[in-house]
Design a protein around this ligand. Structure first.
Ligand code: COA
Length: 372
């Protein structure tokens, strides 16, 4: 049987940063404006005033300190509160494809591969810029890859589900050099005017190269196993599909952006994820003590602390479970791959770890890897 391996990874980070303080200033200016416009209705008890957000709440509830975004001005304009990312003409590269190419270049350089050797591109992300042609096929064309390409969407679990699909194809011998890329423009499906979630997301793109371990040109991570699971839930939802044009007043519909019942997600997803990782380890003949590192989905610090403790049976020590969410916020499917890309090169031969993502669906995906 062919043993698949991750031979390279890369992260594209947008230039613009929004700190919590900047975000809260913009949100509170928006709230003040809306409240002034509705002063009479608020005074009459007909409309609820928009309460102020607070940077202290954001850090203590989520662990997020800042986020990178593709467009800062539009998000921070209290009269707009939405990124200025206009759809491009058909003969120009799409924004997602451009972000993807930047992450892929780093991943291919690490793998020592030329783009012409790639024969599979999976663009796995929680939203795609258009219905078709697939963004993945555009990326394939932009980098000059061969083979075939397709888009996938499993929300926050897109990267790990994509890795399973690519690893299975490498294992079966149907592809030789696969790329799983995750361009996430979360800023465009976040409702920046909703105080409960306006701080949650950021933008980024990540990529991994997956090949037969026998073809690896340098240090790599053998993929010992992947496991995906889903369970239907409406607690994280976005109704913005292709039927949207048939909705009246769609711009005013809150359900056309990311919505969540954060408390319920917290309570329901945590046990699901810990049991998933522990079951995957057990069925592979690994124990939690074998794990040198956990690269977890990056949504909430308390959530990750809990999962780490539940899986390891103790509080993780410094560096064992690296978080990047303080800098990047939640970047949907890309979060665990940013953590993997930035905090894996120090592992030594034989060291084992787990990449795990989870989110809407509900969905959870785990990838057991070993340094080789
Ligand atoms: N600024 C100040 N106060 C705020 C606030 C803000 N931006 N947002 C909410 N609050 C208030 C609430 O109104 C509430 O006040 P109350 O107690 O008077 O009713 C209080 O803070 C607690 O709000 P709550 O929404 O219950 O906070 P929380 O502790 O659950 O944290 C999340 C919110 C979203 C950070 C947290 O639920 C979470 O991370 N959930 C999981 C998210 C997840 O994994 N999602 C997957 C997405 S892909």
């Amino acid at each position: 049987m062919i043993q698949p391996a991750i031979t390279g990874s890369g992260v594209f980070t947008p230039e613009s940063i929004i700190t919590n303080d900047e975000l809260v200033v913009a949100f509170n200016a928006y709230a003040d404006r809306v409240n002034a416009e509705n002063a009479d209705a608020i005074a009459a008890g007909e409309v609820e005033a928009v309460p102020h957000s607070s940077a202290e709440f954001i850090v203590s509830a989520s662990g997020i300190e800042q986020r990178y975004v593709m467009d800062k001005d539009g998000v921070l304009d209290p009269d707009r509160m939405f990124p200025k990312l206009n759809a491009r003409p058909d003969d120009a590269p799409s924004i997602m494809a451009e972000m993807a190419v930047a992450a892929i270049e780093t991943a291919l350089a690490q793998a020592g591969r030329d783009a012409s050797e790639v024969d599979l591109v999976i663009c796995a992300a929680s939203n795609h810029e258009r219905a078709y042609p697939a963004i993945a096929v555009e990326i394939q064309n932009l980098i000059g890859a061969g083979g075939f390409a397709f888009d996938m969407n499993v929300a926050c679990s897109s990267a790990t589900f994509g890795i399973q699909a690519a690893a299975d194809m490498v294992r079966a011998g149907s592809v030789q050099c696969a790329i799983v890329v995750n361009p996430e423009i979360c800023s465009a499906h976040l409702e920046w005017r909703d105080r409960d979630c306006h701080f949650i997301f950021g933008d980024v793109a990540t990529a991994v190269v997956i090949e037969p371990a026998a073809n690896a040109k340098g240090a790599h991570f053998m993929i010992h196993g992947t496991r995906c699971a889903t369970e239907y839930s409406n607690n994280i939802r976005n109704n913005n599909g292709f039927l949207r044009r048939t909705h009246d007043q769609m711009d005013d519909r809150r359900d056309m952006q990311f919505m969540q019942n954060g408390r319920k997600v917290f309570k329901e997803v945590l046990p699901m994820v810990s049991a998933h990782i522990l079951g995957h380890l057990q069925d592979t003949g690994w124990t939690p003590d074998d794990l040198k590192r956990l690269w977890l989905h990056q949504a909430n610090k308390t959530m990750n602390d809990f999962i780490g403790k539940k899986v390891l049976g103790r509080t993780p020590i410094a560096g064992e479970q690296p978080n990047i969410l303080q800098d990047y916020a939640n970047t949907s499917s890309a979060g665990s791959i940013i953590a993997f890309s930035k905090y894996s090169s120090d592992l030594t031969l034989g060291d084992r770890g787990v990449i795990c993502s989870f989110g809407a669906g509900y969905s959870v995906g785990s990838v057991l890897v070993q340094r080789a």
